[in-house]
Design a protein around this ligand. Structure first.
Ligand SMILES: Nc1ncnc2c1ncn2[C@@H]1O[C@H](COP(=O)(O)OP(=O)(O)OP(=O)(O)O)[C@@H](O)[C@H]1O
Ligand SMILES: [Mg+2]
Length: 253
């Protein structure tokens, strides 16, 4: 299998997996990669609807080769194998709860991206934090799942490696103290768990409006570009750069 697989995963719902997945897909398409996308969120199907909305746009927009999985492990495996024949990168969106397929997807990840809202409630999904000392007591269920699936991946194929990126999402300029405390905790977490921390997207209302039109921050040009769009676009590019500069770089066309 030669395509680079990027999985968006976090057992906590609503952290920005589908939004970030769509933005990375479009940024990669813009960079000339052939992109396949897979939606494992059977219930919500957010990414599938996002791609559908995009395909129906009046504008001539690039769309990924998208598959919505409704079957079992076998169907998923087959889909990945087939897609990897025809695309350079496969982006997989997983549901925001513990699911068998979602867990399995982690074993395919060359890059795993875990978006995390900048709050202790979201942090709790990664690690149990002592409320007094603000030190990490132990990894939480999801972090242990990632750890295990990483091992499964290396057992399946010698030399295989998963680059785990924890992406801080919805960063606000207002709460500097919370931001700093999160920074210290995430630094400790990254040292313990062997993941990279990347500053993701700022808090912007526009993310909610783009979905229905199937648009991303990458689709605005010229006069339609505000300062906020420009900053947001740069954040997406930075994330894609972080993926490409990781120990498992995505292959060039
Ligand atoms: N940077 C951001 N700024 C503002 N709103 C955001 C940002 N990122 C995501 N959102 C909003 O947060 C909500 C959840 O995002 P999204 O659906 O991408 O999360 P998810 O992790 O895929 O959720 P689920 O676990 O339910 O699949 C959406 O309303 C989305 O528009
Ligand atoms: Mg989602």
């Amino acid at each position: 299998m030669s395509a680079h697989v990027i999985v968006f995963g976090n057992e906590k719902g609503g952290t920005g997996k589908s939004t970030a997945a769509m933005h990375v897909i479009v940024a990669l398409l813009d960079q000339g990669f052939r992109v396949g996308s897979v939606d494992l969120d059977i219930r919500q199907g957010t990414l599938s609807r996002y791609v559908e909305n995009r395909a129906q746009s009046d504008r001539d927009l690039k769309v990924p080769n998208h598959v919505r999985i409704t079957g079992d492990d076998g169907v998923f495996q087959q889909t990945i194998e087939q897609l990897s024949q025809s695309v350079d990168v496969i982006v997989i969106d997983t549901p925001g709860h513990d699911s068998a397929l979602g867990v399995l997807a982690h074993t395919y990840a060359d890059t795993l991206i875990t978006p995390l809202n900048d709050s202790f409630i979201d942090m709790d999904v990664l690690a149990l934090v002592d409320g007094q000392s603000l030190k990490i007591k132990r990894p939480s269920h999801y972090a242990e799942t990632v750890w295990k699936q990483r091992q499964v991946k290396t057992m399946k194929k010698a030399g295989a490696f998963m680059d785990w990126i924890v992406m801080r999402n919805r960063l606000s300029h207002l709460d500097a103290r919370n931001k700093r405390e999160m920074e210290v905790l995430l630094e400790e977490f990254s040292n313990r768990m062997g993941c990279r921390i990347v500053s993701g997207f700022g808090e912007r209302v526009i993310y909610r409006e783009l979905f229905l039109k199937g648009l991303t921050m990458m689709d605005f040009e010229g006069d339609a570009l505000s300062m906020s769009h420009l900053a947001a676009r740069q954040e997406v590019r930075n994330l894609v750069e972080a993926i490409r500069n990781g120990p498992n770089p995505a292959k060039e066309e």
